[in-house]
Design a protein around this ligand. Structure first.
Ligand code: ZN
Length: 385
């Protein structure tokens, strides 16, 4: 006996009663076949339904060699009466996404002649691949037309035309079809061979949101969301924008401008800081002229400025100049220079002793050490031997 497919009779059926025909043990758990079911098995890009048979969770539903199997943790006796309950939130979400995908694919097919060559319903977003490019700015227009179609609340039409009847129909299909073919039509928007379950009226989709389009495989990949996912997405955006708006004390429509101003201020502050560091470098260089070997700790200075400081001081101090930027917790970045000197041996020893790494030219080296200021000072004073 073939299982009656209740999901094709009524896609809004959330609960049904039936009888167990067969139960088989699997490596893990059991699989059960019923005389009738409203559980949609995976197929046509649409994931399977989950829910309950009596009080046993239905973990997954698959069509295997034309039969629909419900995968359970516990067995069920053949002949047993069952009440099936579908996880409706999951199913309705999947119907919203799938129906929305058809309408968008149909409209793009009509407008550009492109085919849907790949369709993925992920847990977060849906992606559709088309075999041609769509300018980003035209997506808005497609999105508007698709939503208008939702608002107009068109009823779906599902037919099973004969082979001859089918030949006259301009339906979309990914492959050559044989046997009974189910044609899902959104009048005026799409006609497509499909085995999935759909909403009954386009209004049930709620909203269609085209998120992005990216070039892929010589065509374009569109990322979209429908119904509840579109609502959740806009709620996340609202929440993010609300936080930014509060942090920047900006009106919600002016957060981008506020970020621009903040960036500008940040750049100015950075330039000021660099200017101040350069002034400091000049001052220290003047102070240290002719003073011989130098060991300088600059806890606030950037490594880049530290390098500049070492390079400037070594020119005039008349000895070796080491600059260490950082702190005892994170370690220090160093730059050491000696005009016409050869620091290679010295730095090799220093890196060994102070857990450091780095190198450079004989007269100028850079790197980092994992050591405290005290350990570094000790090394410079007497650690060479
Ligand atoms: Zn479909």
């Amino acid at each position: 006996m073939i299982t009656e497919r209740l999901f094709y009779q009524d896609s809004w059926m959330k609960e049904f009663s039936g009888e167990v025909l067969e139960c088989r043990q699997e490596k893990q758990g059991y699989r059960v076949r019923l005389d009738r079911t409203a559980f949609y098995p995976e197929g046509g890009g649409q994931p399977y339904d989950t829910g309950f048979l009596n009080d046993i969770p239905v973990l997954q539903v698959q069509e295997i060699e034309g039969e629909i199997w419900h995968f359970l943790e516990k067995p069920m006796e053949p002949g047993m009466k069952v009440t099936g309950k579908i996880d409706w939130e999951r199913r309705f979400d999947l119907m919203q996404q799938h129906s929305g995908e058809h309408i968008v694919s149909g409209m793009i097919h009509e407008r550009y002649g492109y085919n849907n060559i790949g369709f993925h319903m992920g847990p977060e977003t849906i992606t559709i691949d088309f075999d041609g490019e769509i300018p980003e700015e035209e997506l808005k227009e497609i999105e508007y037309q698709a939503n208008k179609y939702v608002w107009e609340n068109h009823p779906i039409e599902i037919t099973y035309p004969t082979k001859e009847g089918r030949e006259k129909l301009p339906y979309r299909s990914k492959k050559e079809l044989t046997g009974e073919v189910r044609i899902v039509t959104w009048p005026g928007a799409d006609m497509c061979a499909c085995c999935g379950v759909h909403v009954k009226n386009s209004g049930e989709i709620g909203q269609i949101m085209l998120l992005s389009s990216q070039r892929a495989k010589g065509g374009v990949r569109i990322e979209m969301l429908c119904g509840i996912r579109a609502l959740q997405h806009s709620n996340q955006l609202k929440e993010q924008n609300r936080k930014i708006s509060n942090l920047l004390s900006a009106k919600w429509k002016e957060t981008a401008q506020a970020v621009e101003r903040l960036q500008e201020e940040y750049q100015n502050t950075r330039f000021q800081l660099i200017g101040m560091e350069y002034e400091k470098i000049e001052r220290i260089t003047r102070e240290k002229a002719g003073q011989g070997d130098q060991l300088l700790f600059e806890h606030q200075m950037s490594g880049e400025s530290g390098r500049k400081l070492a390079a400037e001081v070594m020119e005039t101090c008349g000895g070796r100049c080491g600059v260490f930027c950082g702190d005892d917790q994170k370690g220090y970045r160093y730059a050491i220079g000696e005009k016409n000197g050869d620091l290679r041996e010295f730095v090799k020893k220093m890196n060994q002793k102070l857990q450091g790494r780095g190198g450079g030219k004989p007269f100028f080296v850079q790197g980092s050490v994992q050591a405290s200021e005290e350990e570094i000072r000790n090394f410079f004073e007497n650690g060479e031997e």
